[in-house]
Design a protein around this ligand. Sequence first.
Ligand code: MHF
Ligand code: KIV
Ligand code: MG
Length: 281
Amino acid sequence: MVESTPNEVIALYGGPATRRVRTRDLIAAKERGERWPMLTSYDQYTAAIFDQAGVPVLLVGDSAANNVFGYETTLPVTADELLPLVRAVVRATRHALIVGDLPFGSYEEGPTQALRTAVRFMKEGGCHAVKLEGGRRCAAQIAAIVGAGIPVMAHIGFTPQSEHTLGGYRVQGRGDAADEVLADARAVAEAGAFAVVLEMVPGEVAKQVTHELPIPTVGIGAGPATDAQVLVWQDMAGLRTGKAPRFVKRYADLAGALTDATRQFADEVRGGGFPAAEHTF
Ligand SMILES: Nc1nc(=O)c2c([nH]1)NC[C@@H]1CN(c3ccc(C(=O)N[C@@H](CCC(=O)O)C(=O)O)cc3)CN21
Ligand SMILES: CC(C)C(=O)C(=O)O
Ligand SMILES: [Mg+2]
């Protein structure tokens, strides 16, 4: 594949894309009013494609639990399972900032555990920042990790790792609960996070947080006002089958394309059409 110029990356640098995106580029982009896209990635080929298509930030999400390993929720996945995926995504990319998502159970005990896990992600995974779920309750963890020189992306609103407390997959911050989301947003920014994911909050709440915070907001099911947007790549590209959340837009039908290719291959093997002379030594 010919490597195309990653336009969005250049916009974020304000110059040629000769180095990786850094967290300060994302804060500068907010100051210039530039929006940016973020996608999950869990493997070499998608990482290289997203990197060359100009996506400036890739997240190796704990959603690998659902979308790679086939677990029902994100709760079972471990750092030992995620770290090889983080390494693969880092190796396959040149421009994007790679964020490693800390899995459930690897940071909740407190700042010491959180820092220990974040250091593993940086040392063994080679990523450039880590992400964790939780607002005020994780401010001490964020401060400890940032204090060790590791950039942190926070994640508030609907946090899938706490679905059993939040009462299922539902919008957070409706009505009076908007103040809770705002308090969480302020707390993570104060603790030193360089960006914050807002998942499934009303568009108006996301707009208010985005205007108030100096750091970029990354929306997923949070409306159009956030500084950035993130989707799980299999949702964006239509590889995942079944009912997608309402906030998903499908930009391709990879499940359909792969089904067609697979059927053709299987038919040609059964019919003797593959391999042909040109595939034979
Ligand atoms: N493929 C995939 N996409 C995701 O967005 C995603 C994951 N996996 N795994 C981890 C979490 C879980 N997330 C989810 C999963 C499901 C809904 C969902 O079903 N939402 C419904 C109900 C919302 C409601 O009742 O208020 C929706 O229609 O949006 C939302 C977020 C977001 N994350
Ligand atoms: C959806 C994003 C924000 C995430 O946390 C994940 O994919 O794990
Ligand atoms: Mg996650």
